[in-house]
Design a protein around this ligand. Structure first.
Ligand code: NI
Length: 398
C-alpha cells in the first residue's frame, strides 16, 4: 500500500464522524432543485472552515459552489470533483433520528451523501495540498433532478471554460454493498427526454359513440403504436426505451371526455437517433389522431444527453480503485437506462462517473433511490470520501 493511500485512509477515518454528521444534517434539511440556498451556505461555510481561502470559492447559478484547492504548481493540471446538492419532492417514510424536517422533501437520491463525501474530500485534499501538483476543482452543483440540469447551467455559465483534465462524479448505489464501487468504461447511461401529449376529440355520452370522437380510444392506439418506434424503427443495436407513465382521461363510466393527456419518457444512447425519434413520435401521434377524426399536440422536453465515460480515464480509474479498495471491491457494471445530468460534462471533458455501494444490513439501505424508504449504510461515506480524494490526486500525478 502506497504511503499516500495510508495517509488518505487515516484522514478519512479521522474525519468520518464529521462526514457522517454532515450527511445527516443535510438529510434533515433537504431542498428542491435550484432552491438549495441553505445547503449552499452550509457547504460554503464549511469549506472556509476547512481552510480554503474565501477568494478560491465562488457561488455560481445562485446555489452552486465552485471551489479550488491549489496544490504545488497549481497551473499544471486541474481535476474536477462533482457532487449534486438537490433533493426530491418525496415524503420520507424512514423513522430515523435524522429524518427530513422539510415536509414533502427528501434526500431520496443520496445527494446528501454525495455532498458530504465531497466536503470530506475537500478537507482531506486541503490537508494534503503539499503532496500533489495542480489544482482540484470542487463542484457542488445545483439542480441535478430537474431539466435543464444544473450541470448544463454551470457549463453555460463558463465554470469549465478552461476545461479540467478530468472530472469525477459518484452516485449512491443500493444494489452494491457498502465498501464496494461499480464502474463502467464507455457508454453507461441513457439520454432522457420528456414527452407530453394532448389528444383532442369530442366528448359526450358513453352510450352514443357515433356522436363523439373518442380521445380515449385514440390514446389507446397511440400508446400501442408508439412501441413500434422501439421495436421497428430503432436500430436493435441502440438501446431505446419509450414509456408512457401517465394517462389522464377523466371521463366516467358513461362519459367520453373531450381530451386525454399523456406523459412519458424517451431514452436512448445515440444522439442522431434521439432527435429522429422525436420526429417519429410526433408523426405517429398526430397521424393516428387525425386518422381517427381527432387531433393531437406533442411537446417533447429535451433532457440530458447520454452519459459516456472516457474509456482511458475510466480504465485507469478502475486500476486506481483496485489499488485503494482491493480487487474484490471494484465491480464491473453494465449499461443502464436511467439518466444523470453529469452526462453534460462527459460531452465536454474526459469524465468518469462511478457508483458507490451503499447497501448495509439495515433493510432501508436496500430500498432503491427515489423511494421514501431509501437510506444508506454510513460506512459507504468512508469509501466515497476516500475514492474522490485518491482519484483526484492519482489523476493529477499521472
Ligand atoms: Ni441522483
Amino acid at each position: 500500500m502506497s504511503s499516500l493511500i495510508g495517509k488518505i485512509k487515516e484522514l478519512v477515518v479521522e474525519g468520518f464522524a464529521e462526514t457522517k454528521n454532515n450527511r445527516e444534517y443535510l438529510h434533515q434539511y433537504p431542498e428542491l432543485s435550484f432552491k438549495e440556498f441553505e445547503t449552499s451556505k452550509y457547504v460554503h461555510q464549511l469549506l472556509v472552515h476547512y481552510g480554503i481561502p474565501e477568494e478560491d470559492i465562488e457561488v455560481k447559478c445562485d446555489t452552486g459552489i465552485i471551489a479550488h484547492i491549489k496544490g504545488l504548481d497549481p497551473d499544471r493540471k486541474t481535476i474536477a470533483l462533482r457532487a449534486d446538492l438537490d433533493a426530491l419532492p418525496i415524503t420520507e417514510a424512514n423513522d430515523v433520528p435524522y429524518k427530513s424536517k422539510h415536509e414533502g422533501i427528501m434526500h431520496a437520491c443520496g445527494h446528501d451523501a454525495h455532498t458530504a463525501c465531497l466536503l470530506g474530500a475537500a478537507k482531506v485534499l486541503n490537508k494534503l495540498k503539499n503532496e500533489f501538483h495542480g489544482t482540484i476543482k470542487l463542484v457542488f452543483q445545483p439542480g441535478e433532478e430537474r431539466i435543464p440540469g444544473g450541470a448544463s447551467l454551470l457549463l453555460k455559465e463558463g465554470v469549465f471554460k478552461n476545461a479540467p483534465n478530468a472530472i469525477f462524479g459518484q452516485h449512491v448505489y443500493p444494489e452494491l454493498p457498502a465498501g464496494k464501487i461499480g464502474i463502467k468504461p464507455g457508454m453507461y447511461m441513457a439520454s432522457a427526454d420528456e414527452i407530453y401529449i394532448t389528444v383532442n376529440g369530442r366528448g359526450g355520452h358513453g352510450a352514443l359513440p357515433n356522436k363523439n370522437i373518442d380521445p380515449v380510444l385514440i390514446s389507446a392506439h397511440i400508446i400501442t403504436s408508439l412501441q413500434q418506434i422501439v421495436s421497428r424503427a430503432a436500430n436493435p443495436k441502440v438501446p431505446t426505451v419509450l414509456s408512457i407513465g401517465k394517462v389522464i382521461a377523466n371521463g366516467a363510466t358513461n362519459i367520453i371526455p373531450d381530451s386525454v393527456t399523456m406523459e412519458g419518457t424517451f431514452r436512448t444512447m445515440n444522439e442522431d437517433w434521439r432527435y429522429q425519434s422525436h420526429e417519429l413520435i410526433k408523426r405517429t401521434v398526430k397521424g393516428l389522431a387525425e386518422s381517427m377524426g381527432g387531433s393531437a399536440e406533442v411537446d417533447i422536453h429535451v433532457g440530458y444527453p447520454f452519459l459516456e465515460n472516457d474509456v482511458e480515464l475510466t480504465l485507469k480509474s478502475k486500476e486506481w480503485a483496485i489499488e485503494y479498495l482491493g480487487p474484490d471491491n471494484v465491480v464491473d457494471l453494465d449499461i443502464r437506462m436511467t439518466a444523470e445530468d453529469f452526462a453534460f460534462y462527459t460531452h465536454h471533458m474526459p469524465a468518469c462517473f462511478y457508483r458507490l455501494g451503499t447497501q448495509g444490513k439495515a433493510e432501508n439501505t436496500k430500498a432503491s433511490v427515489h423511494n421514501p424508504h431509501f437510506d444508506i449504510d454510513p460506512e459507504s461515506l468512508k469509501v466515497g470520501t476516500g475514492m474522490l480524494s485518491w482519484l483526484a490526486i492519482k489523476s493529477l500525478e499521472e
